[in-house]
Design a binder for this molecule. Structure first.
Ligand SMILES: NC(=O)C1=CN([C@@H]2O[C@H](COP(=O)(O)OP(=O)(O)OC[C@H]3O[C@@H](n4cnc5c(N)ncnc54)[C@H](O)[C@@H]3O)[C@@H](O)[C@H]2O)C=CC1
Ligand SMILES: O=C([O-])CC(=O)C(=O)O
Length: 307
């Protein structure tokens, strides 16, 4: 039986629990600082089980002691951006919150794998790793699965084909300098550049890079959560089933892609022990240049941290 804890029962946290419950992992605990809210949502999700047909035990709590012995902890606590803000604008508030959250994970769930979702993603994942003191391969971030999902969705719409047949790849920081990779994106095995003109691909790349902001502007308050929770669950499933899926994740680099000591979106092999391998890809010079700028933004953010 697997125990999963989701820290933060807001939009991303609660939709993640809803999707996870349908996988029947055994037990899910959702925590939040708002009294009664995680308990109420847990009760609602338990009752949905009788209708949807799952037996997952779901509880809500305001007490970190209840995450004890979790196999997997998913961090979604903190604030989301508003229109006009960048993800980096969240750094001060969210690094403090995650410093505290991570200390509690280390105390109560010292053997867990940790997936961070809170933004700014690559910097906060670094905070989570440092503040838990866990090995870097056991702490990683969700971003590339979401960004690649957005790219795949735009490609399928453009080609008027099924989303199921599109496999996309997006690497780099989860920000304005992320790098969608058309040369590693395929439609049923066919490389994207053989299916669409360069200009069209450039337009879809641009929309992908701004995919989070596009939704923030429409919602007026808060940010995306349906596709993010779907992406989290794809990663969580790879961990709890030890399925060794090859997916993009924000992983701690120790020389790969010419980077050391930062979290960065790269393709990885993901299993029960976390990041089992980082895959290095050959890239175009223009892509390397954007990645370099992206890594500098992350380093700048890390240098501002008070941890
Ligand atoms: N990595 C990614 O691709 C994505 C990241 N995000 C990020 O996820 C985070 C959460 O987003 P939403 O769920 O939409 O926000 P939300 O505002 O709906 O939920 C956040 C929850 O965190 C709780 N919280 C605050 N401090 C806490 C603490 N110390 N301990 C436990 N819970 C605490 C709040 O009470 C709230 O319920 C944001 O930082 C957002 O930017 C969102 C979507 C995608
Ligand atoms: O845009 C945001 O702030 C939330 C996020 O990371 C995304 O949806 O990609």
């Amino acid at each position: 039986m697997v125990k999963i804890s989701v820290i933060g029962a807001g939009n991303v946290g609660s939709t993640t629990v809803q999707r996870l419950a349908e996988l029947e992992p055994g037990e899910i605990v959702m925590t939040d600082i708002v009294e009664g809210m995680p308990q109420g949502k847990a009760l609602d999700l338990m009752q949905a089980g009788a209708i949807n047909g799952y037996d997952t035990r779901i509880t809500g709590t305001n007490d970190y002691a209840d995450i004890a012995n979790s196999d997997l902890v998913i961090i979604t606590a903190g604030i989301a951006r508003k229109p006009g803000m960048s993800r980096e604008d969240l750094i001060k508030t969210n690094s403090k919150i995650i410093g505290d959250v991570a200390g509690n994970i280390a105390k109560y769930a010292p053997n867990s794998i940790v997936i961070n979702v809170t933004n700014p993603l690559d910097i906060i994942t670094y905070v989570a790793m440092k503040a838990t003191g866990f090995d870097p391969e056991k702490v990683f971030g969700m971003s590339g699965v979401l960004d690649a999902g957005r790219f795949a969705s735009f490609i399928a719409e453009e080609l008027k084909c099924s989303k199921r047949d599109v496999e996309a790849m997006v690497i780099g920081g989860h920000g304005d300098l992320m790098v969608p990779l058309p040369q590693y994106t395929t439609v049923s095995g066919i490389p994207l550049p053989e299916l669409l003109p360069e200009k069209t691909i450039d337009r879809l790349v641009e929309r992908t890079v701004n995919g989070g902001a596009e939704i923030v502007e429409l919602l007026k308050q808060g940010s995306a959560f349906y596709a993010p929770s779907a992406a989290i669950v794809r990663m969580a499933e790879a961990v709890i089933k030890d399925s060794r899926r090859v997916l993009p994740a924000s992983a701690y680099l120790e020389g790969q892609y010419g980077q050391k000591g930062i979290y960065f979106g790269v393709p990885v092999k993901l299993g029960a022990n976390g990041i089992e391998k980082i895959l290095e890809l050959k890239l175009e010079d223009s892509q390397c240049e954007i990645l370099k700028k992206s890594s500098e933004t992350i380093r700048k953010g890390i240098s501002k941290l008070e941890i």
